[in-house]
Design a protein. Sequence first.
Length: 176
Amino acid sequence: MITAISQISGFVGSLCLLLFGMEMLSNGIQKGAGNSLHSLLGKISGNRFTAVLTGMAVTAIIQSSGATTVMVVSFVNAEIINLSQAIGIIFGANIGTTVTAWIVSLFGFSFSIEAAAIPLFGFGFILKYFKKLKIHNFADCFMGFALLFMALGLLKASMNLKPESVAFLQDFNKLG
């Protein structure tokens, strides 16, 4: 029963961290995004083919389609791109997951996005002490990305089902 409570609390906590990171990222992007970012993302996602390629490339680089999808949702939330533009990028992110699997299987190279979260958060925290408001907005973006990466790692860890987790599933099944 204790493992069930710890798994549920880990799941809820990581989900809250994910939502807070998304909000922080969206607010930072909304306040700090200039016309250049709007036009760049508009050009990239305006054409369906380039949107799919962008989703593939970003997912292959950061090796997480979940993180790519969360970032795209943040861009939609910040009204930088619209939903129809986001569909192509998310589709490419799903294809990029396959590219990531090929990279890992061929070269044995794997990158953990959780490892980049703490330095990214620290960099954003340092930027918070600058006097310019635009730099503060970029700090929110960096810290939001870091929180997203941490939350995705915690979410994955909290939902890691092991043989002893069968009792958790049985307890959960008894609830209805």
